[in-house]
Design a protein around this ligand. Structure first.
Ligand SMILES: C[S@@+](CC[C@H](N)C(=O)[O-])C[C@H]1O[C@@H](n2cnc3c(N)ncnc32)[C@H](O)[C@@H]1O
Length: 821
């Protein structure tokens, strides 16, 4: 079931096929042919690249037929006047809902669900008190009913539509009926059918702000009220001012679900739901008690605890504050309230307030409060100094789904726009290689252990992501968006923060970042622009190492470069960004959005297809100037080298290694020739595609050396390893392999103003060089290169020797250098 009409397969689009082939390769794996099996045939990455035009790609290249069709439809709809349509018949409506139930029952795990989002997506920004009532009979299709609201009552339970919405039938006060689709709802994937029944039981009274009545111009389906933004729906209780003088033409339908009939019953049910970790239902029960005036403060505190479990910290804080403000709490309850308040403030990162409360005189000699003071103090220190216990953090990161308890740190960083109007992040003073620039926890997180409660029917959840004008087949992207909806529902400041991030070319420009800090009551829900929020998720979210997905506020401002000024990685779900070279005040802080090592043609495709820009960094310019044929030759050579590496795993005799070494050497030489002379100048020496072949060549030489015990071979291995580091952007200042070195303290044999670009093998490479010098009996050079490895690692991770030992444990096992550490 799609939330809108389903568009058939996009067979005509070559780019889809290319994208699928490249995505299946994930840009990280070896250069051996990767293929995509699918309805449209099989395509290797090389075939995919060969299909690509030999010119720069533009945004229009990625406007797929399906998206074009959608845009045309949106334009057509916009050009047509609003129209009255036949009233909905109750039988048709119930049949439609039944079909939806049946569809959900029949669904197979492998069903591909294609969701097409209406475009543009509507949302209301007018307060309810400034709107006037309307009825179902006044609805016209195609245009939002500006200035109006519809008061209605649900007649059937909410049914999950298998995509991004709930389906319902509603009646208005006149007894007219309508089909209602609630999309992107806060509890969409977070609750099961039982919980929806609790939260949206039959006869729930809803107000829909500025409703949009929808019916395709070309489809004869039943019209429906489509609510795209959850903030357009307001739950109403009978005492609400909007219910004044309201009477219903029909008798209310009986709620089927057994509901508590007494105040005590509601509370008991709330506790029961709480025990079962059904947070939404629990919150609803305690809300019922509060509305009924039953044990209001206790129930408010209970609800605060539920909100804490949900991560709705702002709502929890609000409840606690109201309870404390009532002045009626017993000492025991007051203590509970303060504990919850501290938890909420801590989770919101308001550590100063935590410290203030916990260190108040009334908590003298109280160990729990003393612990809070210590914890908050640590966070405050982290925030201002960027000092963290890196060893503990990296150790923690060895566990699955690690979520470190840290405060965010933003170093000497400012947000500004360049001369082309591109907003980005810049250093506000000179910084040294290895300096910490950002260390942030996610603002919105989807951890891999977080399973949706809704039975999402398919493993493939194909949806068209309209705001970014691109498709995504990643179910988790939508799930992260749902998490973002929850976060902003709870916290308007979070909405303001997300609204200040880039949302794509089809939405308004972002607000200035960061937004001013406000502490809004959670009752002041933001008017959620879902289209904008979807764009924010699409353009800014990160895939975590453990399979999760996350959105970070400040790091979202980082632009891409294939020669970035930083080394960035995850420690659990936290994102850490360090300068990878000395930077001058005013230089831009950049990260690489994709694996830098893949070919220029693959990179430009990935960057344009996902982020909609062409990278103009030095490496891209230089690679571009090399020309397509040279790059194609490079790719072919790289593949040849893959074969040699494979062969080197199965042979064991000197003759075979010698042959392979000669072939590897020839490949590297030929590959060097594919780079034009000026390449190095523009690209800062970076020749990414040469990195791996040189490494393979060094491996073959090492194996040959091991068999022949030939020292010349060991020396050659060191040389090639050094070349490998050089094309990774490292400047080696002493390449000598033999000869006496000056006495006394020597500087490292490398330029310490920068580390090589890619992290994965470089520390290990320095260690291997040290090991080879040891084999040559050169203690001084051995120690110097070991020092290079330790230094390099601390630039990457900021942790010194203990972190080096932890992170390089595997590489250290392969070498025999422990006596020097
Ligand atoms: C995560 S945001 C980066 C911050 C963004 N520039 C902003 O104003 O918030 C990603 C978007 O920034 C732009 N962008 C990032 N790196 C770029 C680059 N090297 N050249 C041009 N545009 C870039 C693209 O529009 C991309 O989709």
């Amino acid at each position: 079931m799609a939330s809108e009409s389903t568009i058939p397969g996009r067979d005509t689009m070559d780019f889809d096929l290319i994208k699928a082939a490249l995505e299946s390769s994930d840009g990280k794996k070896s250069r051996t042919p990767r293929t995509l099996e699918g309805g449209k045939g099989t395509l290797s990455v090389d075939q995919a690249l060969a299909l690509m035009p030999r010119r720069k790609l533009t945004r229009d290249d990625f406007l797929t037929p399906a998206l074009k069709q959608l845009k045309e439809k949106a334009d057509l709809e916009a050009s047509l006047p609003p129209k009255r349509v036949r009233p909905v018949k109750i039988k048709d409506l119930l049949d439609t809902l039944k079909a939806a139930w049946d569809f959900m029952d029949d669904i197979k795990p492998e069903t591909v669900n294609q969701v097409v989002i209406q475009w543009p997506q509507e949302f209301s920004e007018t307060k309810l008190e400034d709107l006037s009532p309307m009825n179902i009979v006044d609805l016209r299709v195609r245009k939002p009913h500006i200035g109006k609201y519809l008061l209605c009552r649900t007649m059937t339970p909410a049914i999950y539509d298998g995509g991004i919405g709930f389906l319902l039938s509603v009646e208005d006060t006149e007894g007219d009926i309508a089909y209602l689709k609630l999309l992107n709802f806060v509890l969409l994937l977070e609750a099961n059918q039982d919980e929806w029944d609790w939260n949206l039981p039959i006869s729930s009274i809803l107000v829909i702000r500025e409703p949009f009545y929808y019916k395709n111009a070309d489809v004869k389906s039943m019209p429906y009220i489509m609510v795209e933004s959850p903030s357009d729906v307001i739950y109403v209780h009978t005492e609400d001012p909007v219910m004044k003088d309201v009477s219903w033409a029909r008798k209310a339908k009986k709620v089927i679900q057994p509901r508590p009939t007494t105040d005590e019953g509601w509370k008991a049910e709330g506790l029961e739901e709480f025990k079962g970790a059904r947070w939404f239902s629990a919150a609803m029960c305690f809300t019922a008690c509060i509305i009924r005036g039953f044990e209001v403060e206790v129930c408010r505190l209970n609800r605060a605890e539920v909100y804490l479990r949900l991560g709705w910290n702002n709502s929890a804080l609000h409840d606690v504050q109201v309870a404390l403000g009532s002045g009626t709490l017993s000492d025991d309850l007051k203590r509970k309230a303060i504990n919850r308040k501290i938890k909420a403030l801590y989770a919101l990162g308001r550590y100063q307030e935590v410290s203030q409360i916990a260190s108040s005189e009334s908590f003298e000699d109280d160990q729990v409060m003393a612990d809070w003071v210590t914890k908050a103090g640590k966070r405050i220190e982290e925030q201002s100094t960027g000092n963290y216990d890196w060893l503990k953090l990296y150790k923690g990161a060895e566990k699955e789904s690690f979520s470190p308890d840290i405060a965010d740190y933003t170093g000497p960083v400012e947000v500004k726009s360049d001369s082309n109007g591109l907003r980005g992040t810049y250093v506000t003073r000179d910084v040294k290689a290895g300096e910490l620039l950002m260390f942030h926890k996610p603002s919105v997180l989807l951890s891999p252990s977080d399973k949706p409660k809704t039975n999402i029917p398919s493993s493939i959840f194909r949806m068209i992501d309209v705001p970014a004008l691109r498709t995504t087949e990643d179910k988790n992207t939508y799930r992260l968006f749902c998490k973002a909806v929850q976060r902003v529902w709870d916290d308007k400041h979070m909405y303001d923060t997300l609204r200040a991030l880039y949302g794509g070319e089809t939405v308004e420009a972002p607000d200035p970042f960061p937004p001013p800090f406000t502490t809004d009551s959670p009752l002041e829900r933001p008017d959620i622009d879902v289209e904008y929020l979807q764009g924010v998720i699409a353009f800014n979210s990160f895939d975590l190492d453990d399979g999760g997905k996350a959105l970070y506020a400040m790091p979202s401002l980082l632009n891409h470069s294939c020669m970035p000024s930083t080394h960035a990685e995850f420690i659990g779900d936290a994102y850490v960004v360090r300068a990878n070279r000395d930077m001058k005040k005013g230089e831009e802080i950049t990260i690489a959005y994709i694996d830098k090592g893949v070919s220029f043609d693959e990179k430009r495709f990935r960057l344009m297809s996902t982020w909609r820009f062409n990278c103009e960094c030095g490496v891209c310019q230089a690679d571009d100037e090399d020309g397509y044929d040279a790059r194609e030759a490079r790719r072919a050579l790289s593949k040849k080298m893959d074969d040699i590496r494979e062969q080197s795993k199965v042979v064991s005799d000197a003759m075979s290694f010698r042959r392979l070494a000669a072939e590897a050497k020839a490949i590297c030489e030929n590959m060097k020739r594919t780079y034009h002379e000026e390449h190095g100048k523009k690209a800062g020496g970076l020749k990414y595609e040469l990195v791996k072949p040189l490494r393979s060549y060094a491996t073959v030489l090492r194996l040959l050396g091991a068999v022949t015990k030939d020292k010349a071979c060991t020396k050659r291995t060191i040389e090639v390893m050094m070349q490998h580091l050089t094309v990774s952007g490292f400047k080696i200042t002493d390449m000598s392999l033999t000869g006496a070195l000056p006495e006394g303290e020597l500087p490292l044999p490398v330029d310490t103003s920068q580390v090589p670009q890619s992290f994965t093998f470089n520390v290990a490479a320095a260690l291997e060089i040290a090991q080879h010098f040891r084999e040559l009996g050169d203690d001084k050079r051995t120690k110097r290169w070991l020092d290079v490895a330790v230094w390099m690692e601390s630039v990457y991770s900021g942790g010194g020797l203990p972190v080096f030992k932890l992170r390089e444990a595997e590489a250290l096992e392969r070498v025999d250098l422990s006596d020097l550490l």
